[in-house]
Design a protein around this ligand. Structure first.
Ligand code: FA5
Length: 342
């Protein structure tokens, strides 16, 4: 038995020595140490030996097993090292002077639409402000007239941090800070990423972009709101658009509206994207609630204002004919190439 064991060991060590890649190492391991490997099978024979012989041979088998395992591991490490060295050698041959295709890469469709809108509003005297993604409960809800336990909070379930802050559900979360920063009169837009705990579908994501706008001055009315919105949307889509205002409820505007545009895909006949209504809800808006102005430190007797919260992701979707909003966050380069945003 001892001679047989020695023969198996020598054969195995030879094969390990000759192995050139990790695959061969794995094969040797299976052939000798695997369930049906030579050394495993021989261990079964040990059971049939005399009680004196059993512990002696059993010990030898275990010692051989350990030695083989060590050799296998060492050979595996050596092969890995060799591979790395080979790769490094090849890397040295990489020619850094070869010109690259500078057209690789492009701006994300949402970034493009955002910049376009920023330019349009800047040309009309608006400033572009930044909001944060992590917000206080006060800014996101209370400062826009959505106190604790207000039913409107149910529509905007979000992700809460352990410190009581949250991932903002709406760009409106920046209204209060901007009012306090500039006072009245003011004209500002503020794009940003928003988060909601949503049921996902072709037009709902848990992470999406909005672009908010606010204008506060003396005698601001719905007429001003309609003028700016029509102007902006027509420039974005390069044509006069069908829009409609429906009454809409948001605790931070009074009166409040939903501004819809006719569906770009079906032309208004009804499809998956517009949920067969022919219209896409694009932009809730309204005249800023006096309470919100007051909380922002603005005298609501003297000033009034409008605000709108544009669904930027949905706008990009419509502009580039993307039928599923989720593709915008998918990181799939095929969609970006297809869009040809450059
Ligand atoms: C708001 O978020 C309000 N803050 C907007 C507002 C601002 C009203 C100022 C009045 C004055 P709403 O929840 O409807 O409203 O969202 C605004 C837009 O964001 C929607 O019309 C839609 O285009 C977009 N939106 C909302 N939820 C999602 C979502 N889950 N995925 C993608 N886009 C969304």
């Amino acid at each position: 038995m001892q001679e047989k064991l020695e023969e198996i060991k020598q054969r195995c060590l030879k094969q390990i020595e000759n192995a050139v890649d990790e695959k061969t190492i794995e094969e040797v391991k299976v052939n000798f140490l695997g369930k049906k490997g030579e050394l495993t099978l021989i261990l079964k024979e040990v059971g049939g030996l005399s009680p004196e012989q059993r512990p002696i041979i059993g010990k030898v088998v275990n010692e051989i097993r350990e030695e083989i395992e060590k050799k296998l591991q060492k050979k595996k490490n050596d092969i890995e090292k060799e591979n790395i060295l080979k790769q490094l050698e090849n890397a040295e041959k990489f020619d850094f002077t070869v010109p690259v295709d500078e057209k690789i890469g492009s701006l994300h469709p949402i970034t493009i639409v955002q910049r376009e809108i920023e330019e349009i509003f800047k040309s009309m005297g608006f400033t572009v402000e930044e909001g944060s993604e992590v917000e206080t409960e006060y800014n996101n809800f209370e400062a826009v007239n959505v106190p604790k336990y207000h039913p409107a909070r149910d529509m905007q379930d979000t992700f809460w941090l352990e410190n009581g802050q949250l991932l903002k559900t709406q760009t409106s979360a920046a209204q209060n800070k901007i009012m306090k920063k500039y006072g009245a009169p003011l004209k500002a837009i503020f794009p940003g990423r928003c988060f909601r705990n949503e049921d996902l579908d072709a037009s709902h994501e848990n992470t999406f972009f909005q672009l908010e706008g606010m204008m506060i001055d003396k005698n601001i009315s719905v007429a001003n709101l309609i003028f700016f919105m029509k102007n902006m949307l027509s420039q974005i889509f390069d044509k006069e658009l069908n829009v409609r205002l429906r009454p809409g409820y948001f605790p931070f505007v009074e009166p409040g509206f939903e501004l819809d545009i006719s569906c770009m895909y079906c032309g208004g006949t009804g499809c998956k994207v517009c949920k067969n209504s022919g219209w896409i809800e694009l932009c809730p808006c309204g005249l800023i609630h006096p309470k919100v102005l007051e909380m922002g430190g603005i005298d609501s007797e003297e000033y009034s204002g409008f605000a709108f919260g544009l669904g930027l992701s949905r706008l990009a979707m419509m502009k580039y004919g993307i039928t599923d909003l989720r593709l915008l966050n998918s990181g799939d380069l095929r969609i970006l190439k297809q869009i040809k945003t450059n």
